[in-house]
Design a protein around this ligand. Structure first.
Ligand code: FES
Ligand code: MG
Length: 579
Protein backbone atom coordinates (compact mmCIF):
# COMPACT_ATOMS: atom_id res chain seq x y z
CA UNK A 1 0.00 0.00 0.00
CA UNK A 2 1.49 3.36 -0.96
CA UNK A 3 1.33 6.08 1.64
CA UNK A 4 -0.27 9.08 0.04
CA UNK A 5 0.48 12.61 1.02
CA UNK A 6 -2.45 13.58 3.24
CA UNK A 7 -3.66 16.22 0.80
CA UNK A 8 -4.15 13.47 -1.79
CA UNK A 9 -6.12 11.17 0.51
CA UNK A 10 -9.42 10.28 -1.12
CA UNK A 11 -11.36 8.94 1.83
CA UNK A 12 -11.26 12.02 4.01
CA UNK A 13 -11.83 14.30 1.02
CA UNK A 14 -15.12 12.76 -0.11
CA UNK A 15 -17.91 15.31 -0.55
CA UNK A 16 -15.89 18.29 0.62
CA UNK A 17 -18.23 21.12 -0.18
CA UNK A 18 -19.75 21.88 3.22
CA UNK A 19 -18.26 25.33 3.54
CA UNK A 20 -17.74 26.17 -0.12
CA UNK A 21 -13.99 26.07 0.61
CA UNK A 22 -12.64 22.57 0.09
CA UNK A 23 -9.32 23.24 1.75
CA UNK A 24 -10.96 24.60 4.88
CA UNK A 25 -13.48 21.77 4.98
CA UNK A 26 -10.72 19.16 4.91
CA UNK A 27 -8.75 21.14 7.49
CA UNK A 28 -11.75 21.11 9.84
CA UNK A 29 -12.53 17.44 9.25
CA UNK A 30 -8.99 16.50 10.12
CA UNK A 31 -8.84 18.81 13.11
CA UNK A 32 -11.87 17.09 14.61
CA UNK A 33 -10.97 13.49 13.85
CA UNK A 34 -7.47 14.12 15.19
CA UNK A 35 -9.17 14.69 18.50
CA UNK A 36 -9.30 10.89 18.58
CA UNK A 37 -5.56 10.65 18.13
CA UNK A 38 -5.13 9.91 14.42
CA UNK A 39 -1.96 10.85 12.51
CA UNK A 40 -1.83 12.29 9.01
CA UNK A 41 -0.48 8.93 7.89
CA UNK A 42 -3.59 7.13 9.20
CA UNK A 43 -5.85 9.70 7.59
CA UNK A 44 -4.17 9.31 4.21
CA UNK A 45 -5.18 5.64 3.96
CA UNK A 46 -8.28 4.28 2.20
CA UNK A 47 -11.07 4.87 4.70
CA UNK A 48 -13.27 1.84 5.35
CA UNK A 49 -16.54 2.64 7.10
CA UNK A 50 -18.01 -0.12 9.25
CA UNK A 51 -21.75 0.00 9.96
CA UNK A 52 -21.94 -0.99 13.62
CA UNK A 53 -25.38 -2.31 14.44
CA UNK A 54 -24.74 -3.34 18.03
CA UNK A 55 -27.77 -2.68 20.22
CA UNK A 56 -28.65 -3.78 23.71
CA UNK A 57 -32.05 -4.78 22.32
CA UNK A 58 -30.61 -7.00 19.63
CA UNK A 59 -29.30 -10.40 20.77
CA UNK A 60 -28.96 -11.43 17.13
CA UNK A 61 -26.25 -8.74 16.95
CA UNK A 62 -24.77 -9.53 20.36
CA UNK A 63 -21.36 -10.29 18.82
CA UNK A 64 -21.13 -7.16 16.65
CA UNK A 65 -18.58 -5.34 18.79
CA UNK A 66 -16.15 -8.26 18.54
CA UNK A 67 -16.76 -8.47 14.81
CA UNK A 68 -16.02 -4.76 14.41
CA UNK A 69 -12.62 -5.42 16.04
CA UNK A 70 -11.93 -8.31 13.67
CA UNK A 71 -12.96 -6.27 10.62
CA UNK A 72 -10.71 -3.44 11.79
CA UNK A 73 -7.79 -5.86 12.07
CA UNK A 74 -8.39 -6.99 8.48
CA UNK A 75 -8.62 -3.41 7.23
CA UNK A 76 -5.38 -2.42 8.94
CA UNK A 77 -3.53 -5.53 7.75
CA UNK A 78 -4.37 -4.38 4.23
CA UNK A 79 -3.23 -0.81 4.91
CA UNK A 80 -6.61 0.88 5.29
CA UNK A 81 -8.10 3.00 8.04
CA UNK A 82 -11.25 1.49 9.62
CA UNK A 83 -13.87 3.85 11.04
CA UNK A 84 -17.01 2.40 12.56
CA UNK A 85 -20.26 4.31 12.82
CA UNK A 86 -23.66 3.48 14.29
CA UNK A 87 -26.89 2.97 12.42
CA UNK A 88 -30.30 1.79 13.48
CA UNK A 89 -30.38 -1.84 14.57
CA UNK A 90 -33.57 -3.89 14.26
CA UNK A 91 -34.47 -7.00 16.18
CA UNK A 92 -37.60 -8.87 15.16
CA UNK A 93 -39.12 -9.11 18.61
CA UNK A 94 -38.36 -5.54 19.66
CA UNK A 95 -39.61 -3.62 16.63
CA UNK A 96 -43.08 -2.29 17.18
CA UNK A 97 -45.39 -2.36 15.25
CA UNK A 98 -43.26 -4.61 13.00
CA UNK A 99 -39.68 -4.81 11.86
CA UNK A 100 -40.90 -4.48 8.26
CA UNK A 101 -42.34 -1.09 9.17
CA UNK A 102 -38.79 -0.04 10.08
CA UNK A 103 -36.75 -1.83 7.39
CA UNK A 104 -37.00 1.07 4.95
CA UNK A 105 -36.08 3.52 7.70
CA UNK A 106 -32.91 1.51 8.34
CA UNK A 107 -32.24 1.46 4.58
CA UNK A 108 -32.60 5.25 4.44
CA UNK A 109 -30.44 5.75 7.53
CA UNK A 110 -27.71 3.45 6.22
CA UNK A 111 -27.75 4.91 2.71
CA UNK A 112 -27.50 8.49 3.95
CA UNK A 113 -24.75 7.70 6.48
CA UNK A 114 -22.74 6.04 3.70
CA UNK A 115 -23.26 9.13 1.55
CA UNK A 116 -22.73 11.69 4.30
CA UNK A 117 -19.51 10.41 5.84
CA UNK A 118 -16.23 10.14 4.00
CA UNK A 119 -15.44 6.51 3.19
CA UNK A 120 -13.95 4.72 0.21
CA UNK A 121 -15.76 1.48 0.98
CA UNK A 122 -18.10 0.20 3.64
CA UNK A 123 -18.48 -3.03 5.59
CA UNK A 124 -22.11 -3.62 6.51
CA UNK A 125 -22.59 -5.78 9.60
CA UNK A 126 -26.12 -7.10 9.72
CA UNK A 127 -27.80 -10.29 10.79
CA UNK A 128 -31.33 -10.17 12.15
CA UNK A 129 -34.03 -10.49 9.50
CA UNK A 130 -34.54 -6.94 8.27
CA UNK A 131 -31.01 -5.63 8.73
CA UNK A 132 -29.27 -7.39 5.84
CA UNK A 133 -31.94 -6.42 3.30
CA UNK A 134 -31.95 -2.83 4.60
CA UNK A 135 -28.17 -2.66 4.30
CA UNK A 136 -28.03 -4.12 0.80
CA UNK A 137 -30.86 -1.83 -0.35
CA UNK A 138 -28.78 1.07 1.00
CA UNK A 139 -25.64 -0.19 -0.70
CA UNK A 140 -27.46 -0.60 -4.01
CA UNK A 141 -28.67 3.00 -3.89
CA UNK A 142 -25.53 4.66 -2.46
CA UNK A 143 -23.34 2.62 -4.84
CA UNK A 144 -20.21 3.12 -2.76
CA UNK A 145 -18.03 -0.04 -2.72
CA UNK A 146 -19.64 -2.27 -0.09
CA UNK A 147 -19.32 -5.73 1.38
CA UNK A 148 -21.83 -7.49 3.61
CA UNK A 149 -20.90 -9.35 6.77
CA UNK A 150 -23.45 -11.22 8.85
CA UNK A 151 -23.33 -11.87 12.57
CA UNK A 152 -23.94 -15.58 11.94
CA UNK A 153 -26.45 -18.03 13.36
CA UNK A 154 -26.77 -18.89 17.04
CA UNK A 155 -26.08 -22.47 18.11
CA UNK A 156 -28.98 -24.79 18.83
CA UNK A 157 -29.90 -25.69 22.41
CA UNK A 158 -31.11 -28.74 24.25
CA UNK A 159 -34.35 -29.17 26.17
CA UNK A 160 -34.87 -32.39 28.12
CA UNK A 161 -32.61 -34.18 25.67
CA UNK A 162 -34.22 -32.75 22.52
CA UNK A 163 -32.34 -30.34 20.27
CA UNK A 164 -34.16 -27.01 20.05
CA UNK A 165 -33.57 -23.69 18.30
CA UNK A 166 -35.21 -20.37 17.59
CA UNK A 167 -37.60 -19.97 16.31
CA UNK A 168 -39.30 -22.94 14.69
CA UNK A 169 -39.22 -24.69 18.04
CA UNK A 170 -40.47 -21.54 19.84
CA UNK A 171 -43.61 -21.90 17.75
CA UNK A 172 -43.80 -25.66 18.15
CA UNK A 173 -43.57 -25.50 21.96
CA UNK A 174 -46.01 -22.61 22.15
CA UNK A 175 -48.51 -24.52 20.00
CA UNK A 176 -48.06 -27.56 22.28
CA UNK A 177 -48.69 -25.35 25.30
CA UNK A 178 -51.81 -23.89 23.68
CA UNK A 179 -52.97 -27.42 22.90
CA UNK A 180 -52.37 -28.31 26.60
CA UNK A 181 -49.79 -30.95 25.62
CA UNK A 182 -47.16 -29.36 27.87
CA UNK A 183 -47.59 -27.52 31.17
CA UNK A 184 -46.58 -24.17 32.65
CA UNK A 185 -43.38 -25.63 34.12
CA UNK A 186 -42.15 -27.01 30.81
CA UNK A 187 -42.96 -23.93 28.75
CA UNK A 188 -40.92 -21.78 31.13
CA UNK A 189 -38.09 -24.33 31.14
CA UNK A 190 -37.82 -24.37 27.35
CA UNK A 191 -37.88 -20.57 27.30
CA UNK A 192 -34.34 -20.67 28.73
CA UNK A 193 -33.10 -23.11 26.10
CA UNK A 194 -34.36 -21.80 22.77
CA UNK A 195 -31.72 -19.09 22.33
CA UNK A 196 -28.56 -20.49 23.90
CA UNK A 197 -26.11 -18.00 22.33
CA UNK A 198 -26.01 -14.67 20.56
CA UNK A 199 -26.53 -14.73 16.81
CA UNK A 200 -29.40 -15.08 14.38
CA UNK A 201 -32.12 -17.75 14.45
CA UNK A 202 -30.64 -21.20 13.98
CA UNK A 203 -33.10 -22.45 11.35
CA UNK A 204 -33.64 -21.48 7.71
CA UNK A 205 -35.67 -18.44 8.73
CA UNK A 206 -35.37 -15.02 7.14
CA UNK A 207 -31.98 -14.18 8.64
CA UNK A 208 -30.35 -17.41 7.43
CA UNK A 209 -32.12 -17.07 4.10
CA UNK A 210 -30.86 -13.53 3.59
CA UNK A 211 -27.33 -14.52 4.61
CA UNK A 212 -27.36 -17.32 2.03
CA UNK A 213 -28.84 -15.20 -0.77
CA UNK A 214 -26.41 -12.35 -0.02
CA UNK A 215 -23.56 -14.83 -0.46
CA UNK A 216 -25.19 -16.33 -3.57
CA UNK A 217 -25.57 -12.92 -5.17
CA UNK A 218 -21.90 -12.18 -4.57
CA UNK A 219 -22.20 -9.44 -1.93
CA UNK A 220 -20.51 -11.50 0.81
CA UNK A 221 -17.35 -13.57 0.89
CA UNK A 222 -17.76 -17.20 -0.21
CA UNK A 223 -18.33 -19.46 2.78
CA UNK A 224 -19.44 -16.61 5.01
CA UNK A 225 -23.21 -17.19 5.32
CA UNK A 226 -23.27 -20.11 7.71
CA UNK A 227 -20.44 -19.82 10.28
CA UNK A 228 -22.07 -19.63 13.72
CA UNK A 229 -21.91 -16.32 15.60
CA UNK A 230 -19.75 -17.75 18.37
CA UNK A 231 -17.25 -19.68 16.22
CA UNK A 232 -13.69 -18.53 15.56
CA UNK A 233 -14.57 -18.96 11.85
CA UNK A 234 -16.91 -15.99 12.18
CA UNK A 235 -14.03 -13.75 13.28
CA UNK A 236 -11.72 -15.02 10.55
CA UNK A 237 -14.45 -14.17 8.04
CA UNK A 238 -14.77 -10.72 9.60
CA UNK A 239 -11.03 -10.16 9.30
CA UNK A 240 -11.05 -11.27 5.65
CA UNK A 241 -14.05 -9.04 5.00
CA UNK A 242 -12.07 -6.04 6.28
CA UNK A 243 -9.12 -6.94 4.07
CA UNK A 244 -11.38 -7.37 1.04
CA UNK A 245 -13.01 -4.01 1.68
CA UNK A 246 -9.66 -2.29 1.18
CA UNK A 247 -9.28 -3.95 -2.22
CA UNK A 248 -12.83 -2.89 -3.14
CA UNK A 249 -11.95 0.67 -2.11
CA UNK A 250 -8.79 0.78 -4.19
CA UNK A 251 -10.36 -0.84 -7.24
CA UNK A 252 -13.65 1.03 -6.74
CA UNK A 253 -15.77 -2.09 -7.23
CA UNK A 254 -19.34 -0.89 -6.75
CA UNK A 255 -22.43 -2.83 -5.61
CA UNK A 256 -24.09 -2.10 -8.94
CA UNK A 257 -21.29 -3.95 -10.74
CA UNK A 258 -21.91 -7.04 -8.57
CA UNK A 259 -25.71 -7.04 -8.38
CA UNK A 260 -26.59 -7.79 -11.98
CA UNK A 261 -29.53 -9.62 -13.52
CA UNK A 262 -27.47 -12.82 -13.41
CA UNK A 263 -26.67 -12.44 -9.73
CA UNK A 264 -30.35 -11.82 -8.86
CA UNK A 265 -31.29 -14.95 -10.77
CA UNK A 266 -28.71 -16.88 -8.76
CA UNK A 267 -30.11 -15.41 -5.55
CA UNK A 268 -33.71 -16.27 -6.45
CA UNK A 269 -32.65 -19.78 -7.42
CA UNK A 270 -30.87 -20.26 -4.10
CA UNK A 271 -33.87 -18.86 -2.22
CA UNK A 272 -35.97 -21.64 -3.76
CA UNK A 273 -33.43 -24.45 -3.29
CA UNK A 274 -32.98 -23.50 0.36
CA UNK A 275 -36.68 -23.77 1.05
CA UNK A 276 -35.97 -20.22 2.22
CA UNK A 277 -38.21 -17.69 3.91
CA UNK A 278 -41.03 -16.08 1.94
CA UNK A 279 -39.73 -12.78 3.31
CA UNK A 280 -36.62 -13.40 1.24
CA UNK A 281 -38.68 -12.84 -1.88
CA UNK A 282 -39.95 -9.47 -0.64
CA UNK A 283 -36.43 -8.38 0.30
CA UNK A 284 -34.83 -9.50 -2.96
CA UNK A 285 -37.63 -7.69 -4.80
CA UNK A 286 -36.88 -4.52 -2.84
CA UNK A 287 -33.14 -4.77 -3.50
CA UNK A 288 -33.66 -5.44 -7.22
CA UNK A 289 -36.11 -2.53 -7.37
CA UNK A 290 -33.36 -0.21 -6.14
CA UNK A 291 -31.47 -1.11 -9.33
CA UNK A 292 -34.41 -0.73 -11.71
CA UNK A 293 -35.18 -4.44 -11.83
CA UNK A 294 -38.68 -5.85 -11.33
CA UNK A 295 -39.13 -9.38 -10.00
CA UNK A 296 -41.54 -11.11 -12.35
CA UNK A 297 -43.66 -13.48 -10.23
CA UNK A 298 -44.71 -15.66 -13.17
CA UNK A 299 -41.08 -16.24 -14.14
CA UNK A 300 -40.20 -16.81 -10.49
CA UNK A 301 -42.91 -19.47 -10.35
CA UNK A 302 -41.49 -21.10 -13.48
CA UNK A 303 -38.07 -21.08 -11.84
CA UNK A 304 -39.63 -22.68 -8.77
CA UNK A 305 -41.09 -25.57 -10.78
CA UNK A 306 -37.60 -26.59 -11.92
CA UNK A 307 -35.71 -26.00 -8.65
CA UNK A 308 -35.77 -28.73 -5.99
CA UNK A 309 -35.50 -27.94 -2.27
CA UNK A 310 -32.27 -29.59 -1.16
CA UNK A 311 -31.45 -28.08 2.21
CA UNK A 312 -32.77 -30.18 5.05
CA UNK A 313 -33.15 -27.43 7.65
CA UNK A 314 -36.14 -26.49 9.76
CA UNK A 315 -38.84 -25.40 9.11
CA UNK A 316 -39.02 -27.38 5.83
CA UNK A 317 -36.62 -30.11 7.03
CA UNK A 318 -34.97 -31.20 10.27
CA UNK A 319 -31.50 -29.68 10.88
CA UNK A 320 -30.04 -26.35 12.05
CA UNK A 321 -27.60 -23.81 10.58
CA UNK A 322 -24.58 -25.18 12.46
CA UNK A 323 -25.12 -28.46 10.58
CA UNK A 324 -25.26 -26.68 7.23
CA UNK A 325 -21.99 -24.98 8.14
CA UNK A 326 -20.42 -28.31 9.06
CA UNK A 327 -21.73 -29.81 5.81
CA UNK A 328 -19.70 -27.30 3.79
CA UNK A 329 -21.95 -24.26 4.03
CA UNK A 330 -23.74 -22.75 1.08
CA UNK A 331 -21.15 -24.12 -1.36
CA UNK A 332 -22.51 -27.64 -0.76
CA UNK A 333 -25.87 -26.46 -2.09
CA UNK A 334 -24.42 -24.34 -4.90
CA UNK A 335 -22.55 -27.39 -6.18
CA UNK A 336 -25.72 -29.46 -6.28
CA UNK A 337 -27.60 -26.85 -8.33
CA UNK A 338 -24.59 -25.79 -10.39
CA UNK A 339 -26.31 -26.47 -13.70
CA UNK A 340 -29.07 -23.99 -12.75
CA UNK A 341 -26.72 -21.13 -11.83
CA UNK A 342 -24.88 -18.43 -13.77
CA UNK A 343 -21.37 -19.48 -12.78
CA UNK A 344 -19.83 -16.50 -14.55
CA UNK A 345 -21.51 -14.00 -12.21
CA UNK A 346 -18.85 -11.81 -10.55
CA UNK A 347 -18.59 -11.79 -6.76
CA UNK A 348 -17.16 -9.47 -4.17
CA UNK A 349 -13.75 -11.22 -3.93
CA UNK A 350 -12.98 -10.52 -7.59
CA UNK A 351 -13.68 -14.10 -8.65
CA UNK A 352 -16.73 -15.54 -10.34
CA UNK A 353 -19.20 -17.77 -8.52
CA UNK A 354 -17.86 -20.73 -10.50
CA UNK A 355 -14.23 -19.96 -9.59
CA UNK A 356 -15.16 -19.71 -5.93
CA UNK A 357 -16.90 -23.09 -6.09
CA UNK A 358 -13.77 -24.72 -7.46
CA UNK A 359 -11.77 -23.68 -4.41
CA UNK A 360 -14.39 -24.11 -1.70
CA UNK A 361 -14.07 -27.18 0.54
CA UNK A 362 -15.81 -30.40 -0.47
CA UNK A 363 -17.48 -31.57 2.71
CA UNK A 364 -20.67 -33.34 2.02
CA UNK A 365 -23.27 -34.53 4.41
CA UNK A 366 -26.18 -35.71 2.36
CA UNK A 367 -28.42 -35.67 5.40
CA UNK A 368 -28.14 -31.89 5.48
CA UNK A 369 -27.75 -30.98 1.81
CA UNK A 370 -29.51 -33.57 -0.30
CA UNK A 371 -28.60 -34.48 -3.85
CA UNK A 372 -30.82 -33.32 -6.69
CA UNK A 373 -31.97 -36.96 -7.10
CA UNK A 374 -33.15 -37.13 -3.50
CA UNK A 375 -34.67 -33.73 -2.72
CA UNK A 376 -36.56 -32.65 0.39
CA UNK A 377 -39.18 -31.31 -1.96
CA UNK A 378 -39.18 -31.85 -5.70
CA UNK A 379 -40.20 -28.31 -6.60
CA UNK A 380 -38.98 -24.99 -5.24
CA UNK A 381 -40.02 -23.91 -1.78
CA UNK A 382 -42.52 -21.32 -2.99
CA UNK A 383 -45.39 -21.18 -5.42
CA UNK A 384 -47.15 -18.10 -6.75
CA UNK A 385 -50.94 -18.35 -6.75
CA UNK A 386 -53.28 -15.96 -8.51
CA UNK A 387 -57.02 -15.63 -9.04
CA UNK A 388 -59.88 -13.30 -8.29
CA UNK A 389 -58.68 -13.12 -4.67
CA UNK A 390 -55.12 -12.18 -5.61
CA UNK A 391 -55.02 -10.46 -9.01
CA UNK A 392 -51.41 -9.32 -8.42
CA UNK A 393 -50.36 -12.59 -6.84
CA UNK A 394 -49.86 -14.30 -3.52
CA UNK A 395 -47.25 -16.74 -2.22
CA UNK A 396 -47.41 -20.09 -0.52
CA UNK A 397 -44.39 -21.83 0.98
CA UNK A 398 -45.34 -25.23 -0.37
CA UNK A 399 -42.36 -27.04 1.11
CA UNK A 400 -43.66 -26.22 4.60
CA UNK A 401 -47.35 -26.86 3.84
CA UNK A 402 -49.50 -29.99 4.36
CA UNK A 403 -49.87 -31.94 1.12
CA UNK A 404 -53.49 -32.86 1.86
CA UNK A 405 -54.49 -29.19 2.05
CA UNK A 406 -52.81 -28.04 -1.16
CA UNK A 407 -56.08 -28.53 -3.05
CA UNK A 408 -58.84 -27.47 -0.75
CA UNK A 409 -62.14 -25.61 -0.83
CA UNK A 410 -63.51 -24.41 2.45
CA UNK A 411 -65.80 -22.00 4.22
CA UNK A 412 -64.27 -18.65 5.15
CA UNK A 413 -63.94 -17.67 8.80
CA UNK A 414 -63.04 -14.01 8.59
CA UNK A 415 -61.08 -11.84 11.01
CA UNK A 416 -61.03 -8.19 10.06
CA UNK A 417 -57.69 -7.38 11.67
CA UNK A 418 -55.25 -8.21 14.45
CA UNK A 419 -57.50 -7.02 17.27
CA UNK A 420 -60.46 -8.98 15.99
CA UNK A 421 -58.23 -12.05 15.70
CA UNK A 422 -56.90 -11.67 19.23
CA UNK A 423 -60.41 -11.20 20.59
CA UNK A 424 -62.13 -14.16 18.92
CA UNK A 425 -59.67 -16.84 17.84
CA UNK A 426 -59.86 -18.72 21.15
CA UNK A 427 -63.55 -18.06 21.80
CA UNK A 428 -65.13 -21.47 22.54
CA UNK A 429 -68.24 -20.27 20.67
CA UNK A 430 -66.34 -19.43 17.46
CA UNK A 431 -68.10 -21.15 14.55
CA UNK A 432 -65.10 -22.94 13.05
CA UNK A 433 -64.19 -26.43 11.82
CA UNK A 434 -60.91 -27.94 10.72
CA UNK A 435 -62.04 -27.77 7.04
CA UNK A 436 -62.62 -24.02 7.13
CA UNK A 437 -60.31 -21.41 5.67
CA UNK A 438 -59.09 -18.84 8.20
CA UNK A 439 -59.00 -15.37 6.62
CA UNK A 440 -57.15 -12.43 8.15
CA UNK A 441 -57.70 -9.01 6.56
CA UNK A 442 -55.85 -5.72 6.96
CA UNK A 443 -52.39 -6.97 7.80
CA UNK A 444 -50.80 -5.87 4.53
CA UNK A 445 -48.02 -3.30 4.01
CA UNK A 446 -50.42 -0.42 4.72
CA UNK A 447 -53.03 -2.24 6.75
CA UNK A 448 -51.38 -3.01 10.07
CA UNK A 449 -49.17 -1.06 9.05
CA UNK A 450 -45.91 -2.79 8.19
CA UNK A 451 -47.18 -6.20 7.09
CA UNK A 452 -46.75 -8.13 10.35
CA UNK A 453 -45.90 -11.82 10.38
CA UNK A 454 -49.39 -12.62 11.60
CA UNK A 455 -50.10 -14.61 8.44
CA UNK A 456 -49.27 -17.60 10.62
CA UNK A 457 -52.76 -17.44 12.14
CA UNK A 458 -52.93 -19.67 15.21
CA UNK A 459 -55.17 -22.72 15.04
CA UNK A 460 -58.26 -21.85 17.16
CA UNK A 461 -57.71 -23.19 20.66
CA UNK A 462 -60.68 -25.52 20.62
CA UNK A 463 -59.45 -27.15 17.37
CA UNK A 464 -55.84 -27.27 18.60
CA UNK A 465 -57.09 -29.14 21.68
CA UNK A 466 -58.72 -31.69 19.33
CA UNK A 467 -55.33 -32.24 17.70
CA UNK A 468 -55.78 -30.07 14.57
CA UNK A 469 -52.28 -29.05 13.49
CA UNK A 470 -52.84 -27.26 10.18
CA UNK A 471 -55.59 -25.43 8.32
CA UNK A 472 -55.64 -23.31 5.16
CA UNK A 473 -54.97 -19.76 6.24
CA UNK A 474 -54.88 -16.72 3.95
CA UNK A 475 -53.95 -13.07 4.45
CA UNK A 476 -52.21 -10.04 3.00
CA UNK A 477 -49.55 -10.34 5.69
CA UNK A 478 -46.27 -12.14 6.00
CA UNK A 479 -45.15 -15.20 7.91
CA UNK A 480 -41.95 -15.76 9.79
CA UNK A 481 -39.41 -17.77 7.86
CA UNK A 482 -39.33 -20.10 10.84
CA UNK A 483 -43.03 -21.01 10.61
CA UNK A 484 -44.79 -23.79 8.71
CA UNK A 485 -48.33 -24.60 7.57
CA UNK A 486 -50.66 -24.31 4.57
CA UNK A 487 -50.53 -20.56 4.60
CA UNK A 488 -51.16 -18.18 1.70
CA UNK A 489 -49.36 -14.87 2.17
CA UNK A 490 -48.70 -11.49 0.55
CA UNK A 491 -52.13 -11.34 -1.13
CA UNK A 492 -52.05 -8.32 -3.40
CA UNK A 493 -53.60 -5.82 -3.60
CA UNK A 494 -54.03 -5.84 0.16
CA UNK A 495 -57.35 -5.35 1.97
CA UNK A 496 -56.43 -1.82 3.10
CA UNK A 497 -55.99 -0.90 -0.56
CA UNK A 498 -59.51 -2.25 -1.13
CA UNK A 499 -58.18 -5.44 -2.71
CA UNK A 500 -60.60 -8.38 -3.09
CA UNK A 501 -59.42 -9.83 0.23
CA UNK A 502 -61.47 -7.05 1.86
CA UNK A 503 -64.62 -8.43 0.22
CA UNK A 504 -64.63 -11.86 1.89
CA UNK A 505 -67.45 -12.53 4.36
CA UNK A 506 -67.97 -15.41 6.81
CA UNK A 507 -69.26 -18.49 5.04
CA UNK A 508 -68.00 -17.61 1.51
CA UNK A 509 -66.29 -20.49 -0.24
CA UNK A 510 -62.57 -20.13 -0.94
CA UNK A 511 -60.74 -22.39 -3.33
CA UNK A 512 -57.00 -23.01 -3.07
CA UNK A 513 -55.38 -25.16 -5.74
CA UNK A 514 -51.61 -24.96 -5.50
CA UNK A 515 -50.99 -27.42 -8.35
CA UNK A 516 -52.92 -25.14 -10.68
CA UNK A 517 -51.68 -22.01 -8.88
CA UNK A 518 -55.21 -20.79 -8.13
CA UNK A 519 -56.75 -18.79 -5.30
CA UNK A 520 -60.38 -17.92 -5.84
CA UNK A 521 -63.33 -16.55 -3.96
CA UNK A 522 -66.39 -18.44 -5.16
CA UNK A 523 -68.82 -15.56 -4.97
CA UNK A 524 -70.44 -14.15 -8.09
CA UNK A 525 -69.19 -10.91 -9.58
CA UNK A 526 -72.47 -9.06 -8.99
CA UNK A 527 -72.40 -9.72 -5.27
CA UNK A 528 -68.72 -8.73 -5.13
CA UNK A 529 -69.50 -5.46 -6.91
CA UNK A 530 -72.16 -4.65 -4.31
CA UNK A 531 -69.71 -5.37 -1.49
CA UNK A 532 -67.03 -3.28 -3.21
CA UNK A 533 -69.40 -0.32 -3.38
CA UNK A 534 -69.88 -0.45 0.37
CA UNK A 535 -66.13 -0.34 1.17
CA UNK A 536 -64.56 2.80 2.54
CA UNK A 537 -60.83 3.46 2.66
CA UNK A 538 -59.79 2.94 6.27
CA UNK A 539 -56.42 4.68 6.19
CA UNK A 540 -55.78 8.35 5.60
CA UNK A 541 -52.07 9.18 5.57
CA UNK A 542 -52.76 12.92 5.79
CA UNK A 543 -54.17 12.40 9.30
CA UNK A 544 -50.84 11.01 10.47
CA UNK A 545 -47.50 12.69 11.14
CA UNK A 546 -43.80 11.87 11.01
CA UNK A 547 -42.44 8.57 9.80
CA UNK A 548 -45.85 6.91 9.90
CA UNK A 549 -47.18 9.42 7.41
CA UNK A 550 -44.18 8.98 5.13
CA UNK A 551 -44.61 5.22 5.39
CA UNK A 552 -48.32 5.26 4.54
CA UNK A 553 -47.83 7.65 1.64
CA UNK A 554 -44.91 5.80 0.09
CA UNK A 555 -45.20 2.10 0.87
CA UNK A 556 -45.54 -0.22 -2.13
CA UNK A 557 -47.24 -3.61 -2.27
CA UNK A 558 -45.48 -6.95 -1.71
CA UNK A 559 -44.82 -7.59 -5.41
CA UNK A 560 -42.73 -4.41 -5.38
CA UNK A 561 -40.85 -5.42 -2.28
CA UNK A 562 -42.68 -3.08 0.14
CA UNK A 563 -40.10 -0.43 -0.63
CA UNK A 564 -40.93 3.27 -0.64
CA UNK A 565 -42.05 4.47 -4.06
CA UNK A 566 -39.62 7.40 -3.97
CA UNK A 567 -36.65 5.07 -3.43
CA UNK A 568 -37.11 3.12 -6.64
CA UNK A 569 -35.73 4.37 -9.92
CA UNK A 570 -37.63 3.66 -13.10
CA UNK A 571 -37.85 -0.03 -14.01
CA UNK A 572 -35.56 -1.00 -16.87
CA UNK A 573 -35.78 -4.81 -16.93
CA UNK A 574 -37.19 -7.77 -15.04
CA UNK A 575 -35.79 -10.90 -13.40
CA UNK A 576 -35.86 -13.83 -13.74
CA UNK A 577 -35.49 -13.18 -17.43
CA UNK A 578 -37.98 -15.14 -19.58
CA UNK A 579 -36.89 -18.27 -21.40
FE1 FES B 1 -33.12 -12.10 14.87
FE2 FES B 1 -34.49 -14.44 14.32
S1 FES B 1 -34.99 -12.83 15.72
S2 FES B 1 -32.72 -13.62 13.42
MG1 MG C 1 -37.94 -14.12 11.41
Amino acid sequence: MTKNNHDNSQGMRKGLTNYGDEGFSLFLRKAFIKGMGYTDDALSRPVIGIANTYSGYNACHGNVEGLVDSVKRGVMLAGGLPVDFPTISLHESFSHPTSMYLRNLMALDTEEMIRAQPMDAVVLIGGCDKTVPAQIMAAASANVPAIQLVTGPMLSGSHRGTRVGACTDCRRYWAAYRGQEIDEQEISEVNDKLVPTVGTCSVMGTASTMACVAEAMGMMLPGSATAPAVFADRHRIAEQTGTEAVRLAIEQITPQSIMTEASFENALRVLLALGGSTNGLIHLTAIAGRLGLDVNLDEFDRMSRETPVLVNLKPSGEHYMEHLHQAGGLAALLREIKSLLHLDAMTINGKTLGENLETSPHILNQQVVRSAENPIYAQGGMAVVKGNLAPNGAIIKQSAASSELMTHTGRAVVFTGLEDLAKRIDDPDLDVNADDVLVLQNIGPKGAPGMPEAGYIPIPKKLAAQGVKDMVRISDGRMSGTAAGTIVLHISPEAAEMGPLALIRDGDLIELNVTERRLNLQVDEKELATRREALTPGIEPSKERGYRRLFLEQILQAEQGCDFAFCRPETTASVPRGQ
